[in-house]
Design a protein around this ligand. Structure first.
Ligand code: 9MG
Length: 277
């Protein structure tokens, strides 16, 4: 299985690690440590040295209850970082739902668009259509402002799968190749603990058309609910979650702690390898 991200053709025969680079003052997990451009670039270099295959750059937090930031602010945060990292040797992803940010980021050199709204904003499909960037389509019930108030499903796995299928159909109708698309159940985005656990246990069931699955559980509140600890104390729970996600079919995991995840996934991948003879 492969994922086309502009000039990068990611080989997903082994799991890949997407390192999180939050360029926000209100990020839930880094406390705004990387708002300064130089510090963000240095952190990206650390993620690369630690073995990240993709760096996911975000200028607006999408954690529950987060306030949207104006377009100009988001651009000022992410574009200089993308320009500085454009030739860093790993694929760069922009975490945004705003079509204008997607366009500017593609021009600045990103290889992937990670959209928690699955390209539903007006103009989002058009913003990526004529490029070759990879696309991550994520499921979310509601919006970051309201999503955790009252999440409700009859059958969470089927509803998430159907939503993602509809989005992929819409992209296909716009002429976007499936080799550019990854799907994501959106852990923690309009889901209660039980919904997240069901999705993790049945992750393989959301796959269709042999598309890669991206899973993001790193430091999320579901892990705090299960194991305790504030976000910065959730390393072990996050590692367990990434290992289980890959065991249940995830091809890419989105994480804060790249080095530890890379090591844990090397063991996981070796154990999942089919025996010869
Ligand atoms: C931006 N962001 C935060 N959590 C995420 C997740 O689980 N998946 C994706 N694709 N993006 C996320």
């Amino acid at each position: 299985m492969k994922l086309q991200c502009a000039e990068y053709l990611l080989d997903l025969s082994t799991p890949k690690v997407m390192g999180i680079l939050n360029v926000t003052p209100d990020s839930f997990s880094d406390g705004g440590q990387f708002t300064n451009i130089d510090a963000a670039i240095a952190h990206a270099q650390q993620l690369i040295d630690d073995g990240a295959d993709i760096i996911d750059i975000g200028g607006e937090s999408t954690r529950p209850g987060a306030t949207p930031v104006p377009l100009e602010t988001e651009l000022q945060r992410v574009i200089p970082v993308i320009q500085a990292l454009a030739k860093c040797g790993v694929a760069l992803s922009i975490d945004t739902y705003k079509p204008a940010v997607m366009q500017a980021a593609i021009k600045a050199g990103v290889h992937m668009v990670n959209d928690v709204f699955a390209l539903q904003q007006p103009g989002a499909i058009e913003a990526v259509q004529d490029s070759a960037v990879g696309l991550c389509l994520m499921h979310m019930q509601g919006t970051p402002q309201t999503m955790q108030l009252q999440p409700q499903y009859q059958d969470v796995v089927q509803e998430v799968r159907q939503f993602l299928q509809q989005r992929v159909s819409q992209l296909s109708a716009a002429g976007i190749a499936k080799q550019r698309i990854a799907i994501d159940p959106g852990f923690g985005f309009g889901k209660k603990t039980q919904h997240n656990l069901t999705l993790l246990k049945q992750l393989a069931q959301i796959r269709f058309d042999n598309l890669p699955i991206l899973a993001g559980l790193s430091r999320k509140s579901i892990l705090g609910q299960l194991a305790g600890g504030d976000p910065s104390q959730r390393l072990y729970a996050s590692l367990a979650a990434s290992v289980l996600a890959v065991s249940h079919g995830a091809n890419i995991v989105r994480v804060h702690d790249v080095k530890a995840t890379v090591e844990a996934l090397k063991v996981t991948a070796a154990l999942l390898q089919k025996d010869e003879g």
